[in-house]
Write a protein that binds this ligand. Structure first.
Ligand code: GTP
Length: 594
């Protein structure tokens, strides 16, 4: 049965291709904005960090009502570290809008979400945005999307995708790039016509599988999912069926659906709609909420991402800490992290046995650094040690480690270099394709090999390579890696490479020169320079080309006077170091011996 008055559509876009602007325009077109609200108001990116980092961290839902049909627009996280979340939110959708910049075409970051959407059989509507740009090539962008979809294994039906051309910033959508239309109607109509209505059992027993959970101090636990059959009422008695088969009765306190920009409390929600359920305190991903008299116990299981990296948070021990207004105590730190545990199901948060710190396990360095950055902005001060990879033990007792899938896009001339760097990090090449200018590579690589990998590959390819990686599976531990010397040393073989590396130091943080590598006289300055810890004056590196080169007789460490982003710090940190996080700075320092 089709629920004709609802559409659930996921939105997939590369950072900056115009997702937020487009959604703003769709809302505006459906007269959501009250007269005194600014059209420019940003809707999707409510989290400050998201805007600054240019990634959508949290998935959020909004809805648009058009021609009597409620369109739930489901945001998808753009970054592959949030892969599990991507799958869960796609679970709630029947189709997706793929937004592509008319000039840039589809970018590697959208591949991951798109491939999942295709795998789930979702109907894709391609929105070629920014057609007003002077260099726009809308038809070229469509061709690239087609090629990408073929590569990702789209079905014939998916390849026959509808295309809408848009200039979100100017508020128009068109069926042809220059048909002159000046409103958003063609896109809204295409959504209604092309995205299938939810195929649900409208009169059947209540059944809802929880896809995401949230927490509010006022409402408590919030479970979100799509009602796949029946009508769910507030205060209804339900059966909660856990993924392991355990079940218990519970009473729903409130039901919300997504209305316009936020949630709206309703007395009942219809099959096919996306609902938030309040009152089930142990609600978790994958739980089925169903009718006790006529329960639905079987639904496809939902993937929850397993943590692959962990860091230990400790209260700061630096003598510099404790400026006014900062939160430094161990107790506050613990309380804050335990609060996070409530709502952030993709992180595992546990106090160490000796109570010396709290270990937080998440999905890669970005995932961990997002939490750290949030806390930093809240005024917390703390330190973390080097991330460790989370190993698992297989049933036969052998050790398993997280393995990731990595893609590298690089100009052809640097493909060899990129392959070399990936190889020394333990990467095994699985696919290689090139066109006139670019080579596209994919690898299987142990998570531990990805630490600092971005920097090394950028250094080796003059900053040209684009690397993305995401968790694939746990596989057998492959042993020590030969390629990395002395825990993070970058072997630079030519003076040119060193000069280049120094030029980019200001952006990239810190790097190392190995014994025997070429380096330049005059580049080591400052009274504090001592063996193994030499400081470079970055200002001077600009003229390196005119200076004499000589060979380093010992390993030297080049530390430019910059502060790190948290992500960089976690990638660079050595075993005997700590990342010290304060509201004012992020810096690496040697662990104090106690
Ligand atoms: P994030 O919020 O960073 O995830 O990006 P986004 O995909 O939401 O893109 P956003 O809507 O923030 O747009 C990115 C930039 O592109 C902004 O500067 C917009 O003003 C601009 N932009 C959006 N749509 C268009 C368009 O149709 N034409 C042109 N020329 N610029 C656009």
């Amino acid at each position: 049965m089709k629920q004709e008055n609802i559409r659930n559509v996921a939105i997939i876009a590369h950072v900056d291709h115009g997702k937020t602007t487009l959604v703003d325009r769709l809302l505006w077109a459906s007269h959501v904005f009250r007269e005194n609200q600014q059209v420019e108001e940003r809707v999707l990116d409510s989290n400050d960090q998201e805007r600054e980092r240019g990634i959508t961290i949290l998935s959020k839902n909004i809805s648009i009502t058009y021609k009597g049909v409620k369109i739930n627009v489901i945001d998808t996280p753009g970054h592959a570290d949030f892969g599990g979340e991507v799958e869960r939110v796609l679970n709630m959708a029947d189709g997706a809008l793929l937004i592509v910049d008319a000039y840039e075409g589809p970018k590697p970051q959208t591949r991951f979400v798109l491939s999942h959407a295709l795998e789930r059989g979702l109907r894709i509507v391609v929105v070629v945005n920014k057609i007003d740009r002077p260099n726009a090539d809308p038809e070229g962008a469509v061709d690239k999307v087609f090629d990408l979809m073929v590569e990702l294994g789209a079905s014939d039906e998916q390849l026959d995708f509808p295309v809408v051309y848009a200039s979100a910033v100017n508020g128009y959508a068109r069926r042809e790039p220059d048909d002159g239309n000046m409103d958003m109607v063609p896109l809204l109509d295409t959504i209604l016509d092309e995205i299938p209505a939810p195929d649900v059992d409208i009169d059947g027993p209540v059944a809802l599988q929880i896809c995401t959970v949230d927490h509010s101090s006022y409402e408590g636990r919030i479970g979100v999912g799509r009602l796949s059959s029946g009508t769910l009422h507030e205060k209804e008695q339900v059966l909660v069926v856990k993924p392991d088969g355990a079940e218990r009765r519970a009473q729903i306190r409130k039901v919300y659906t997504f209305e316009n920009l936020g949630k709206a409390e309703v007395t009942a929600a219809d099959a096919g709609d996306i609902v938030a359920v309040i009152g089930i305190e142990d609600a978790d991903i994958g739980d089925i909420i169903t009718d006790p008299e006529n329960p639905v116990r079987e639904m496809a299981p939902i993937a929850v991402e397993e943590p692959t990296m962990a860091v230990v948070f400790e209260a700061s021990t630096s003598p510099l800490v404790g400026r006014e207004g900062e939160i430094v105590g161990g107790r506050q730190l613990k309380e804050r992290l335990m609060r996070e545990k409530e709502s952030n199901i993709s992180m595992r948060i546990n106090e160490l046995e000796d109570k010396s710190g709290i270990e937080v396990a998440g999905r890669g360095v970005l995932h961990l650094s997002v939490l750290m950055e949030t806390m930093r902005r809240e005024g917390f001060e703390f330190q973390v040690g080097r991330p460790r990879v989370v190993y698992k033990t297989a049933e036969d007792g052998t050790k398993l480690e997280p393995i990731e899938e990595a893609t590298v896009d690089v100009p052809n001339e640097y493909a060899g270099k990129a392959i070399e760097v990936m190889g020394t990090a333990g990467g095994i090449m699985e696919h290689m394709a090139s066109d006139e200018t670019m080579t596209h590579l994919s690898f299987s690589i142990p998570s531990r090999g990805t630490m600092g990998l971005k920097t090394r590959i950028l250094n080796a390819t003059h900053g040209e390579a684009m690397l993305f990686h995401h968790f694939k599976e746990y596989g057998p531990y492959t042993g020590e890696m030969a390629g990395r010397k002395n825990g993070g040393m970058i072997a630079m073989s030519t003076g040119k490479a060193v000069a280049y590396a120094l030029d980019t130091l200001q952006e990239r943080g810190r790097l190392f020169v190995a014994p025997g590598d070429d380096c330049y006289e005059g580049m080591i300055v400052g009274e504090s320079a001592k063996e193994g810890d030499m400081v470079v004056n970055v200002e001077k590196t600009k003229n390196l080309g005119n200076q004499r080169s000589s060979s380093a007789d010992k390993a030297i460490q080049l530390t430019p006077p910059i502060t790190f982003t948290l992500e960089e710090a976690l990638e660079y940190i050595e075993d005997d170091e700590l990342v010290e996080v304060t509201p004012q700075s992020v810096r690496l320092r040697k662990r104090l011996l106690s």
